[in-house]
Design a protein around this ligand. Sequence first.
Ligand SMILES: Cc1cc2nc3c(=O)[nH]c(=O)nc-3n(C[C@H](O)[C@H](O)[C@H](O)COP(=O)(O)OP(=O)(O)OC[C@H]3O[C@@H](n4cnc5c(N)ncnc54)[C@H](O)[C@@H]3O)c2cc1C
Length: 283
Amino acid sequence: MIFIRALLIASLLCLAPLDATAAERLFVKAKVIAADPLSPTVKRIRFKLPKKYALRPAQFALVRVPSEFLQSWNARYGTSHKDLERPYSFASDPKRLPAAEFLVQLASPPPGKDVPPGVASTYMHGLKPGDTLEVGEAMGNLYEADSGTRPIVLVAGGTGVAPFVGLLEHWFRTKLNRRREILLFFGARERRELLLDAQFTRWAATQRNFKYVPALSNPAPDDKWTGATGFINTIVDRHFQTNINADVLMAGSPRMMQETLKVVTAKGVPAKQIHQDPIKVAP
Ligand SMILES: Cc1cc2nc3c(=O)[nH]c(=O)nc-3n(C[C@H](O)[C@H](O)[C@H](O)COP(=O)(O)OP(=O)(O)OC[C@H]3O[C@@H](n4cnc5c(N)ncnc54)[C@H](O)[C@@H]3O)c2cc1C
């Protein structure tokens, strides 16, 4: 009995440092190169990863918020956060490694609620060139959708467009659009939130078989918007008169994804042709 207990303690002592090392290995240190505003609430964070970081197009990774930031956050807002990690999608083609990008929306308090803003997004919006960012291993398999032959329909809301920026860049580079049609439906509230609109418009003009359908749900009066108006799921619904024969990839708020899922399912897209990242990722 004593022997078994001793063996157990010994094995635990051996395992503890091994586990810690394994957990530490999951995160790497990246160096922030630039942090540029793309809209009043979204920043593009460009950073440099270590040389051997493994990344496929449209993957995401956990970002770890440093404990010093959490301590001052807890002191300021009376919260008790520790070990906080949040997923963010890579908005860049892996071909650009070691450079990579995230598009980060600052999570504001819900209207009428006296609560703190989002912790991780506030931290990310405070990053400056030269800062260190802790990034976990890349996860997700949206890129697998490029193995078929059907047209591809991308549906994005807000920063949900992030994985598709890198994916499109990758697809155009590898000439996937020579053999498959690609349609990007991108929804925002008003024009200034239509991230990277100029880049998508340019791609639509220069890349074969690529169509871009931007839509605003609540255009501002001075937007002078003449494009599609409404939530992006309704735009997808109106666009296709008949059944959709395509692979569908979607990314955005849980609500937007639920509504889009209803539309594409009603238009005959089988579940195996619908691709999305998990809505929640456990750290
Ligand atoms: C696979 C995946 C990929 C993602 N990719 C991206 C991406 O590319 N870009 C991006 O911007 N986001 C992305 N996200 C979302 C991201 O992971 C975070 O969820 C987001 O940034 C908010 O995190 P936060 O820590 O800033 O907010 P949190 O601190 O979690 O707060 C969330 C909201 O709750 C409010 N809140 C705070 N306290 C309370 C309270 N007591 N009661 C009620 N409300 C409260 C906050 O004001 C805020 O609005 C992704 C998510 C997933 C699952």
